[in-house]
Write a protein that binds this ligand. Structure first.
Ligand SMILES: [Zn+2]
Ligand SMILES: [Zn+2]
Length: 67
């Protein structure tokens, strides 16, 4: 993962967003990211809690839903 170092007090650093629960994924989150298995264009992020809960994700490009 590539996170630009932020030395300021700003909390608006660009964190990836979980494709399941749409929450921001923290750098220490045991998340996974992979390309959409259907269209391959979109990068799917799943946060740790969604992995453990096995929630479905939805591709924002083709609306493919999968585990
Ligand atoms: Zn999530
Ligand atoms: Zn897709």
């Amino acid at each position: 993962m590539m996170f630009t170092e932020n030395r300021g007090m700003s909390s608006t650093i660009s964190l990836p967003t979980c494709s399941c629960c749409l929450r921001h994924i923290m750098p220490n989150d045991k998340c996974v990211k992979f390309n959409c298995p259907d269209c391959g264009a979109d990068l799917i992020w799943r946060c740790q809690s969604c992995r453990e809960a096995a929630r479905n994700y939805t591709c924002s490009s083709c609306n493919f839903q999968g585990p």
